[in-house]
Design a protein around this ligand. Structure first.
Ligand SMILES: [Zn+2]
Length: 226
């Protein structure tokens, strides 16, 4: 339905499971994948492979992700929207916004799980590296305010896309694709560990007690200060 927006966060996944829209196992699958992707992204951000983005780390909280660096912190909301659907129809994975990025429907099932954040173009679930690369690419857009983050840059972006029929060579994509390349170089040298331990979801800033702890695999997990 045009105009519908699905916010994708650990909290909304939890709500969807509570309301019976998705199964608890599906919620867990999504949360574990997301947490593993964040761990992979952080391993990259703390490695020498990271050149384009500033020293930083990524935190997953009940309400979504936050990118934290000395230069500042950015919330990274993930939403599945009609515009994201169009974006996916045109062969993209996601599109940046000032407070995160939008994705579109992809694969079978309820939109909160069947979208280009969780799914490959084939409709299969992403692996943690594939999701980490997507997140890091979009973070680079947000941090450097490239692409469609503001209205006017957005107009210029689309004019350039129309005239060049290309995004890989697009000037606003230079830094995000640099991050993508850096990540894949890192991932090639640092194979994904399958048994990286139980997934964890970070608690929010300690000051905000309103954030719910996230249940993964039936346990309530909170981590103090990492
Ligand atoms: Zn991009």
């Amino acid at each position: 339905m045009v105009g519908c927006t699905t916010v994708i966060s650990p909290h909304t996944l939890e709500m969807a499971a509570e309301e019976g829209e998705i199964l608890p196992q599906q919620r867990d699958q999504a949360l574990v994948l997301w947490q593993q992707a964040v761990e992979r992204a952080n391993a990259f951000l703390q490695s020498e492979a990271r050149q384009t983005l500033p020293p930083s780390n990524l935190v997953l909280q009940a309400e979504g992700m936050e990118f934290r660096s000395q230069a500042g912190s950015w919330p990274l909301q993930v939403r599945s929207t009609w515009w994201g659907d169009l974006t996916v129809d045109f062969g993209f994975e996601a599109q940046e916004r000032s407070d995160g990025f939008v994705v579109g429907s992809r694969g079978e099932g309820p939109e909160i799980l069947a979208n280009s954040f969780f799914r490959e173009p084939s409709g299969h679930w992403r692996d943690p590296d594939s999701m980490a690369e997507l997140i890091l690419h979009e973070i680079t857009h947000v941090v450097y305010k490239k692409g469609t983050v503001g209205f006017f840059p957005g107009v210029a972006y689309y004019l350039e896309v129309i005239f060049t029929f290309s995004t890989v060579d697009h000037s606003a994509e230079e830094l995000p694709y640099a991050t993508s390349r850096e990540f894949w170089r890192f991932a090639g040298k640092t194979p994904l560990q399958v048994d990286s331990g139980p997934a964890r979801v970070h608690d929010s800033n300690e000051v905000d007690g309103s954030i719910l702890p996230i249940r993964i695999g039936g346990n309530i997990r909170k981590t103090a200060n990492d």
